[in-house]
Design a protein around this ligand. Structure first.
Ligand SMILES: [Zn+2]
Length: 432
């Protein structure tokens, strides 16, 4: 039984509005209101000057364990999540063994539960072992509570296979989260957006069609099969256009965008720390992503936390692996650029980083601060600027292009199901 706790006098983001309120909770939220009474068994925190937001949800996280523990572990990746304000993360299935069968998923679920500092939910693969050949038995994994499937890292090459997968997914009523990438468009060693802004520096480009062509194919197939479809890390304006059309036609589709694609462009690329897949694209693409999110064509933010070792990332551009870490940078950087910058309200950012992904992925009682919801809460200090310092990251991955970027807020405490999972003294100690 979690001890009852009352957070008084915080500015609370609840039901899409900012209110001044007290929040009483154990592992669930018991009450939200003014001047809530506390009995002697209740721990009271005066949070005047702080803002209380629902715990963030990231549906696109690479925890690397089992199989690639030099890059990240479940314990360290979920500690990083807590540090960054995330209380639910979805673990991408490119681990070893792949979570493709009941036999591999069951121990994987236990591992995530035992080692996760916050809630970590597994994806199953779309095709067995992400090999692109055989659809996973979605109904069997659904029995275990796995409702989400992805082959993240690779696209499903064959349209015939993808069609069978989509049909089976509709039958089993599960959600796909698709990394769309048509390898006919990707040359060996390609690392950046296919634009003279970056290819003039000798790096090989990845055209936007690499992403959008397969997305457009999938949306066509989905028209025939029906079912639910979510597309990962949208980077190109052509993909935004395709999603807009599919939504207008009434298809059950959603799309996510990462913090780095909202914050950076091809011209910012300086080396392997800026190398990710899909790549940072043009200014026009970035504006299409921002406007796509604001207009509802894109549905929410997910950040593709992709830790690698320093040795791996310190290779030349064509050899270094794709990906950057994001759990400890996404919220403060987006807050700084778009909320402090005056373009979005904090309510909007919370919607895109908590409420909307929780809703799309069917997480009941998650993504808001309302009675009966899980007590997943984050205390944010909007008046205390900070700085991104990769030496304080709890993630094993320090691969970020954002080191030393200033932030306009800091996270003071993260609470998962009523328990404190991170407090700002933890990284201060680690840093000293
Ligand atoms: Zn991906």
């Amino acid at each position: 039984m979690t001890q009852k706790r009352l957070i008084r006098n915080a500015s609370v983001i609840s039901g899409g509005r900012r209110i001044q309120a007290d929040v009483l909770f154990d592992d669930r939220i018991l009450a939200v209101g003014e001047n809530l009474p506390a009995d002697e068994n209740t721990r009271v925190t005066d949070a005047r000057g702080l803002t209380l937001i629902p715990g963030l949800v990231d549906v696109h996280v690479h925890l690397r364990e089992p199989g690639r523990e030099a890059k990240e572990t479940i314990a360290d990746g979920t500690a990083a999540a807590a540090h960054g304000g995330f209380t639910t993360v979805f673990a991408m299935p490119n681990v070893l063994p792949f979570p493709s069968t009941v036999r591999t998923v069951e121990p994987y679920q236990r591992l995530l539960e035992e080692k996760g500092r916050v809630r970590a939910l597994p994806y199953g693969t779309i095709t067995v072992d992400e090999a692109g050949a055989t659809p996973t038995d979605y109904a069997a994994l659904r029995e275990l509570g796995v409702h989400w499937f992805s082959d993240d890292g690779v696209g499903v090459d064959s349209a015939a296979v993808m069609r069978r997968c989509l049909e089976a997914a509709r039958e089993a009523d599960v959600l796909f989260a698709c990394h769309t990438e048509d390898m006919n468009y990707r040359q060996p060693g390609a690392s950046v957006h296919d634009s003279p802004v970056v290819t003039s520096r000798g790096w090989i480009g990845i055209p936007s069609a690499c992403e959008s062509a397969q997305l457009i194919r999938d949306l066509k197939l989905l028209k025939e099969t029906g079912g639910r479809y979510h597309t990962c890390h949208v980077s190109a304006k052509e993909s935004v256009d395709a999603l807009r059309e599919a939504k207008a036609a009434g298809q059950d589709v959603t799309g996510e965008v990462t913090a780095h694609h909202l914050l950076l462009e091809d011209k910012d690329v300086q080396g392997p720390m800026w190398k990710m897949n899909p790549p940072l694209r043009s200014h026009e693409d970035r504006m299409a992503l921002i406007e796509g999110l604001e207009s509802g064509t894109l549905d929410f933010i997910a950040n593709d936390h992709a830790p690698h070792t320093e040795e791996e990332k310190n290779q030349p551009m064509d050899k270094a692996p794709f990906g950057i870490v994001s759990l400890e940078t996404a919220f403060p950087l987006l807050y700084t650029e778009f909320v402090k910058g005056g373009r979005w309200s904090l309510e909007q950012l919370v919607h895109w980083m908590s409420t909307a992904p929780a809703r799309r992925f069917g997480l009941e009682g998650t993504g808001d601060i309302l009675p009966g919801y899980r007590a997943d809460l984050v205390l944010v200090d909007e008046n205390r600027p900070g700085i991104i310092d990769k030496t304080t990251f709890l993630s094993r991955g320090k691969n970020t292009p954002f080191d030393k970027w200033p932030t306009a807020c800091t996270i003071a405490e993260t609470i998962c199901e009523g328990r404190t999972v991170w407090r700002d003294t933890e990284t201060e100690k680690k840093g000293s």
